[in-house]
Design a protein around this ligand. Structure first.
Ligand SMILES: Nc1ncnc2c1ncn2[C@@H]1O[C@H](COP(=O)(O)OP(=O)(O)OP(=O)(O)O)[C@@H](O)[C@H]1O
Ligand SMILES: [Mg+2]
Length: 315
């Protein structure tokens, strides 16, 4: 497959997003209560939502997206978030993947959540009631399998592609950076994430199949940018799971040759390291589990770049 064909981008050629207007009303608050969610169960957060004392600007919102399964979206969301928090930034992680891995990555059992993003997107609870403080300066809006059902309901909702955007709007002043973990598809949940975001970050394992999805993702970004007033940009590509083999080197070289002039490729790459799997199994970030590894350092470097970018955006 020619990479020119893969990456030769033209926003004009891309088909428009099939966004329809409402075909059924949104779930009402009254119906919500009848649907069985007890508001009495909601207690005030035990920890404050973020440490907003340092936050003076509007949060930069970054969607971590790739429709390829297992392309390190969740790992990147967790560890970039942890590194940003380590540098003193106030960070919110939002899980838009019904697999609920973001919660699991912090040792929280996703299936046991009584409040999650599916209830937020259906107006049953507020985002604030769903957010948990998971580490200093690091908050999480978790989700679980309920979100896959909610995606179907969302499909019939008014302004279905903008639900997350309106939910996040009031939180922008509370955080420096909001990271959204996307599911491995370009369905409505990812479209909601991209429509809310200022930037998209694309993690890419150094393998051929991971390259194939990038063109389609970039076309989707073009489509959403054309429809939104938010000015969605591509923050860049982060190569991950780099093994240093000839094959991995070739993948990197080919993608760089095609995209480097147009799209930023972050350095350093994240190496293939067993400690990432062990860290996620232990419910820890790589900065906690193996802080001195090259992998941890790569995410710190990425965080520094993201901080520079957010400061540029805010000036
Ligand atoms: N640098 C790395 N080295 C080795 N393993 C890694 C690395 N980064 C992530 N992994 C592992 O790869 C697997 C997939 O990562 P992850 O769950 O982050 O991908 P994903 O894109 O979120 O997947 P999905 O599409 O299912 O949401 C996990 O087991 C994770 O621990
Ligand atoms: Mg994931």
């Amino acid at each position: 497959v020619s990479l020119k064909k893969l990456f030769g981008r033209s926003s004009r050629k891309a088909p428009p997003l099939q966004v329809e207007e409402a075909t059924s009303p949104q779930v009402s608050k009254e119906a919500t209560t009848e649907n069985g969610f007890s508001h009495k169960e909601i207690s005030p957060l035990s920890s404050p939502v973020g440490d907003t004392s340092q936050v003076t600007n509007q949060a930069m919102i970054i969607a971590i997206a790739s429709q390829k399964g297992g392309s390190t979206k969740t790992t990147t969301t967790i560890n970039l978030g942890a590194a940003l928090a380590e540098y003193g930034k106030s960070v919110l992680l939002v899980d838009m993947d019904p697999q609920g891995h973001l919660a699991e990555g912090f040792g929280i059992e996703a299936d046991s959540l009584d409040r999650d993003m599916s209830l937020v997107l259906s107006d049953k609870v507020s985002l604030l009631e769903t957010i948990q403080n998971v580490r200093p300066k690091l908050d999480l809006a978790p989700t679980n399998i309920r979100l896959s059902q909610q995606e179907i309901t969302l499909f019939f909702s008014f302004r279905r592609e903008d639900r997350l955007r309106s939910v996040l709007r009031p939180m922008k002043g509370h955080y420096d950076i909001i990271l959204i973990d996307c599911p491995p598809s370009l369905g409505l949940l990812t479209v909601n994430a991209l429509s809310s975001a200022h930037q998209v970050l694309i993690p890419m394992p150094c393998e051929f199949y991971a390259m194939l999805g990038v063109r389609i993702l970039l076309d989707t970004v073009d489509n959403i940018r054309a429809k939104s007033d938010q000015g969605l940009g591509v923050l860049g590509i982060l190569f991950t799971r780099y093994t240093g083999t000839k094959y991995a080197q070739e993948v990197v070289e080919r993608v760089k040759a095609e995209l480097a002039g147009n799209i930023r490729i972050f350095e350093p790459m994240v190496n293939e390291e067993e400690s990432f799997k062990e860290a996620s199994g232990a419910g820890k970030t790589i900065l906690e589990y193996a802080p001195d590894t090259e992998g941890a350092e790569a995410y710190r470097c990425l965080a520094k770049e993201v901080i520079s970018e957010s400061e540029r955006e805010n000036t």
